[in-house]
Design a protein. Structure first.
Length: 494
């Protein structure tokens, strides 16, 4: 038996072993059931009835639910015995089909010991339920399958929130208990070779589909294990769609496209979940396919469409506190990899120094996101992050470096009505004395909230001539840029 076998579990496995009966919702069981080919038709060549024998009725049969309940009950009897014989952590790393194959003889033996006789289809269903508990994400599966959900936030067993349409809602999904949440959390992080427990209570991970996950468990989380999932968005949203959805005006979309195409250094600023990464993805669409792009993230989320993209990911320290590779290390390394552009998922620390250095040493066209509520605040944050590198640079020098490196700040905001809007497109103009000067090209003007709670307002162009016009000229995009600005002005005048 490859990978795991009849070894006794280690202590971690032990604490995670399923010792309590698992209750499936009727829907989950029905779904698993109808997926079984044998289940659809009454088994013709069913073995002779035995005392514990269960016949599978046709779909729609009144006693079907009762049967499923019974299989569920059998699963609950088998589960703890199965857990005693396998290493759950290792099992969780196996592909599903392999795991199903591996547990088959063990389950058969357990059933025999329990004097339960099942036919082939029934046993297969019980095995499937068992595997679901071992490798699936249990109660989260249904939420993960829904395309309208962006975030899934588990706050211990009794509270699972989801974000849909930009708004948080309490879902009706519940875990059995906190141990069940921990079991699912362990499974998620084990898949990327990490672990969570009392000594290692924090972990970042990624689901197989690319969704970003953070896990934090007691004693740090006081309400039981917490899992936060940013679901991988299957459909990338481009700037044109954003304009249709009212996230930006069509003219702003055009200006952002041009800004990215003519290799401005761009910062996308916004609060948590405001749409920074989505905006960066959208803006990256106009990057030339000839360019070599290196992306650096803590958990790879970017979905660049260009052929020559090399994604890099940071690494956390191991249990002995060794082996950490920081953003800083990766940015430095990226500079030796002949990038045409460097794209940083998020700057939040001293790597800001290296990012700025990259931006004004020939790697223009670089982009990054950062957490801030206004473009002005983004600049201050950047200044503070450079300071974290402990280079003892005077503030004036840091500001000069920022003013020389950053060209444009795109401020995104998830507004009260759940809609994400670009509330400022701001150019870094230069320095006046010790102060960085900026000029807004576009802003959002709030007017009112309508009866449905939707925000009414408009994107306004300030009509200022973009500082990057000469650069746009160099890329043959000056006319397009001025057209966009003028058209926004005309619209405002009407
Ligand atoms: N313009 C948009 N229209 C519809 N959905 C959007 C839009 N922008 C972002 N979203 C959705 O909102 C969620 C959060 O977006 P995103 O990951 O880009 O935010 P973020 O600011 O990068 O978050 P974080 O601070 O956690 O990194 C995603 O699920 C994304 O699909
Ligand atoms: Mg992000």
């Amino acid at each position: 038996m490859a990978g795991f076998g009849r070894r006794r579990m280690n202590s971690i496995g032990e604490s995670l072993a399923m010792t309590r009966p698992v209750r499936y919702t009727a829907n989950e069981v029905m779904e698993a059931f109808s997926a079984l080919p044998e289940a659809a038709a009454p088994a013709k060549e069913a073995p002779a009835p035995l005392p514990e024998k269960i016949k599978i009725p046709a779909p729609g049969d009144a006693i079907r639910a009762e049967l499923l309940n019974r299989l569920d009950h059998i699963r609950n009897q088998v589960a703890p015995l199965l857990m005693e014989q396998i290493n759950i952590e290792q099992a969780a790393t196996l592909p599903r089909a392999e795991l199903e194959k591996e547990i088959h003889p063990i389950v058969a033996e357990i059933l025999q010991k329990l004097r339960i006789t099942l036919n082939h289809a029934e046993q297969e269903l019980v095995e499937r339920m068992l595997v679901d508990d071992m490798v699936g994400l249990g109660p989260l599966e249904g939420l993960l399958a829904r395309d309208d959900i962006n975030d899934i936030l588990v706050n211990g067993a009794g509270q699972v929130y989801v974000e849909t349409g930009g708004k948080l809602q309490l879902s009706d999904v519940r875990f059995r208990d906190n141990e069940h949440v921990l079991q699912v959390a362990t499974r998620i992080v084990a898949a990327v070779g990490r672990r969570v427990d009392q000594t290692q209570p924090l972990a970042d991970a990624r689901l197989a589909d690319g969704s970003r996950v953070n896990v934090i468990v007691p004693p740090l989380s006081l309400k039981g294990p917490a899992i936060s999932i940013r679901k991988f968005s299957r459909r990338a949203i481009n700037l044109k769609q954003m304009a249709r959805q009212g996230n930006v005006s069509p003219q702003m979309a055009r200006v952002l496209e041009i800004a990215s195409a003519c290799r401005l250094n761009i910062i996308i600023s916004g609060g948590t979940g405001s749409g920074k990464t989505t905006m960066m993805n959208a803006m990256s669409e106009t990057i030339d396919h000839q360019e070599r792009i290196i992306t650096i993230e803590d958990a790879a989320e970017l979905q660049l469409q260009q052929p020559h993209v090399l994604p890099l990911e940071t690494r956390v320290a191991n249990l002995e506190g060794k082996g950490e590779i920081t953003m800083r290390d990766l940015v430095k390394n990226a500079l030796r990899m002949r990038p045409d552009r460097i794209i940083l998922g998020e700057v939040r620390g001293p790597e800001a120094v290296d990012m700025l250095q990259a931006m004004n040493t020939g790697h223009d066209g670089s982009m990054c996101t950062l957490h801030a509520n206004t473009p002005r605040e983004a600049l201050t944050r950047l200044e503070n992050m450079v300071n974290m590198a402990n280079l003892n640079l005077p503030y004036a020098a840091i500001r000069r470096q920022i003013a020389d490196s950053v060209n444009l700040i795109v401020q995104v905001n998830r507004m009260r009505d759940g809609v994400r809007r670009v509330i400022a497109v701001t150019e870094v103009a230069g320095m006046e004395g010790d102060v960085i000067t900026t000029q807004d090209l576009f802003t959002f003007r709030f007017k009112a909230e309508d009866d449905d709670g939707k925000i009414v307002g408009e994107f306004v162009s300030t009509g200022l001539r973009p500082q990057f016009l000469p650069r746009a000229y160099y890329y043959g995009l000056d006319k397009a840029l001025m057209e966009a600005i003028q058209s926004a002005q005309q619209e405002a005048a009407e």
